[in-house]
Design a binder for this molecule. Sequence first.
Ligand code: ATP
Ligand code: RIB
Length: 309
Amino acid sequence: MEKQRRIDVLVIGSANTDMVVCTDHLPRPGETVLGGAFMMNQGGKGANQAVAAARLGAEVGFVCKTGNDMFGIANRQQYAQEGIDTRFIFVDEENPSGIALISVDQRAENTIVVASGANANLLPLDIARAEKVLDECNIILIQLEVPMATVEYVVAEGAKRGKRVVLNPAPAATLSKELLKNLYLITPNETEASLISGIPVSGEEGAWAAARKIREMGVENVVVTLGSHGALIYNDRYEEVIPAYRVEAVDTTAAGDVFNAAVVVALSEGKDLYEAVRFANRASALSVTRMGAQPSAPYRSEVDGFDPK
Ligand code: ATP
Ligand code: RIB
């Protein structure tokens, strides 16, 4: 009989390969700019969160779908090297692996275009095949780079099993009431909070209004990330902004992914949401000081030893 693995954090989501070019400024529509260095990195919101959680010390399971191509093979090898449970990485024989085209400017801002490929074919049927890990895990983390029907299925099945399900609603999309009421925690950035709540968000005041509305819509715990301003927590116990650390940002790609991974790792360790967000601010501050998605995800020893001025 197969030995049961302990899974602290189960991540379900996308796996991409990022093609990154640095540039002085991001091109306007119709403009060609001559960029600088090119990098090919492992990426994808799901994979970034799985890798970041593993580096932060959790036992991680990852459910995703890649193509039957060199990118998919490299993705799987990387996750195995990170110590991630890869039993439920599915291979799509028809669609290529996910690819993201990313430009990063001198102010650390980016634009990202994703060719979803096999990610768009991760179906509820696949999740049903991975039912075992839903039972085994402590907490579930999912994003919106896979089909909405799959996200809704995961959230419903997770809640049915009494698991805490955390949704990082990225990239931005509207969400059903049914989905929201089954979540333990939702972690939108300002754009996502605005779309979900229907309230314009620019700055803290709008973010508070959106957070209140999202809670009214049925989510117990709301964290809105505010980029270099930090993150706000809104639940029964807390109603405050936890400021970000001041660092020299070079690339904010995957800041949100590292933040989410750190929150769920801390929650899986029994920390409360306030401590989890403080920990996540530290981890994501470190990540923005480095280039790339997965290459920027810090190890636990780095976060514990982080001594910002
Ligand atoms: P991205 O799409 O760039 O991955 P996001 O839009 O999902 O990120 P943000 O709100 O930009 O999420 O950032 C997530 C968290 O990362 C913030 O709450 C903060 O803790 C940290 N962070 C982001 N940018 C900075 C920065 N310039 N300096 C310090 N911390 C930052
Ligand atoms: O959140 C960053 C990620 O978004 C990148 O790694 C890219 O692959 C896209 O999925």
